[in-house]
Design a binder for this molecule. Sequence first.
Ligand SMILES: [Zn+2]
Ligand SMILES: [Zn+2]
Length: 100
Amino acid sequence: MAARPRDSAPSPARRCPACRAPTLRQLVGNRAALTVTADLTPLTPEQQNAVREPNRLIWCLRTNQLGIRRLVWLDAWHPPDCPHDHVTDHICPPDPTTLF
Ligand SMILES: [Zn+2]
Ligand SMILES: [Zn+2]
């Protein structure tokens, strides 16, 4: 039997090697395939507005019947009352021990 294509294989949640935050790393296909490392902490609508900027995308986090999580591109017609969790690209929080 043919193996499943690599980029549709389920991506297990894993921790950021730098800050240990739970993240989901996944190849998201849209106009161009993009490898995304997303936070697994859902954002409130206020937080989404606060973090939304050109270089930081918001993702819709869907979980299918098999418990496999998948990031979905938030396009312009994404419902504002979407029942799924919305997350954003993972950016390590500033480490207080590295401050001057
Ligand atoms: Zn959504
Ligand atoms: Zn991190």
